[in-house]
Design a protein around this ligand. Structure first.
Ligand SMILES: Nc1ncnc2c1ncn2[C@@H]1O[C@H](COP(=O)(O)OP(=O)(O)OP(=O)(O)O)[C@@H](O)[C@H]1O
Ligand SMILES: [Mg+2]
Length: 217
C-alpha cells in the first residue's frame, strides 16, 4: 500500500528527513512515534502529498507521488488520501453533517447518496444525534470524531493522522484512538498515525520509531 524509499527533506540547514524507507501493508494501522522535532509531521506531509521530498520516492497505492504534477497531487488528496489534524480543522459555520459531507460535495456526489453516506458515517463515529450541531457546539472529542468521519467520506485508501489526540484529555483521546482502530477495520483503510500515546502504540499493528529524521531499527 505504501512504499517509502530513501526520502530526504531539508529546510535550509535543517535536515528533517535523512533517508527514510519503510513499507506499510494495506489495511494496517501504523503508529509513528518520535520526540518533538524528529520529523513526524514532515514525513506525514510528504507521504500525503502536501509537501515534496528533496530525494527519494513515495508510492501510495501503486502511484509514485513524487512524480505527480500539482494537479495530480490535488487529485491524490481528493481521491486517495485523507488527513486528520491535531486541531480538527472543521469549518466552524457548517454543521457536523455538512462538514462530513463537504468532500462528497467536492466530488459531486449526488445529494441522496451523500446524505446516506453522511448518516452512515455519523452513526459509525457515534454522533448520529449531533448532525445539526456546529463544531463550536461540540466537545473536542466529538469534533475529532466529526473530523474522522469527514476524512472517511470520500472513501480514501490511506488515512493520515498527525497527533489526532494531542488536544484531547487522556480519556477522550483513548476513545478517539479506539474509534480510529475500529474504522480502519470497518472501512478497510490503511492508517498512518503519529502519536505520543502509549495506548495508541498498543492499538497499532506496528510502531515505527523515528529520531533525527531516521527510522530506528
Ligand atoms: N517548513 C519548515 N521550515 C523550516 N524548518 C522546518 C519546517 N518544517 C519542519 N521543520 C523542521 O524540521 C524538523 C522536523 O519537524 P517536524 O515538524 O517534522 O517534527 P515533529 O516530529 O512533527 O515534531 P512534533 O512532535 O513537535 O510535532 C524540525 O527541526 C523543524 O524545525
Ligand atoms: Mg509534528
Amino acid at each position: 500500500m505504501l512504499r517509502i524509499r530513501g526520502v530526504h527533506r531539508r529546510f535550509g540547514d535543517v535536515h528533517a528527513l535523512r533517508g527514510v524507507s519503510f513499507d506499510v501493508a494495506a489495511g494496517s494501522m501504523v503508529a509513528l512515534v518520535g520526540r518533538s522535532g524528529s520529523g513526524k509531521t514532515t514525513l506525514l506531509n510528504v507521504v500525503g502529498g502536501l509537501d515534496r521530498p528533496d530525494e527519494g520516492t513515495v508510492e501510495v497505492d501503486g502511484v509514485d507521488v513524487t512524480g505527480l504534477t500539482e494537479d495530480g497531487l490535488s487529485r491524490l488528496r481528493r481521491e486517495r488520501v485523507a488527513y486528520v489534524f491535531q486541531t480538527f480543522g472543521l469549518i466552524p459555520v457548517l454543521s457536523a453533517a455538512e462538514n462530513v459531507g463537504a468532500p462528497l460535495r467536492l466530488a459531486r456526489t449526488p445529494a441522496a447518496d451523500r446524505e446516506k453516506r453522511v448518516s452512515m458515517l455519523l452513526e459509525l463515529v457515534g454522533l448520529a444525534g449531533h448532525a445539526d450541531q456546529k463544531p463550536g457546539e461540540l466537545s473536542g472529542g466529538q469534533q475529532q470524531r466529526v473530523a474522522i468521519a469527514r476524512a472517511l467520506a470520500a472513501s480514501p485508501r490511506l488515512l493520515i493522522a498527525d497527533e489526532p489526540t494531542g488536544q484531547l484529555d487522556a480519556e477522550t483521546g483513548r476513545s478517539v484512538m479506539a474509534l480510529l482502530r475500529a474504522v480502519v477495520e470497518s472501512e478497510g483503510v490503511t492508517a498512518l498515525v503519529s502519536t505520543h500515546d502509549p495506548v495508541m502504540m498498543a492499538l497499532a499493528d506496528r510502531v515505527i520509531r523515528i529520531s533525527d529524521g531516521q527510522v530506528d531499527g
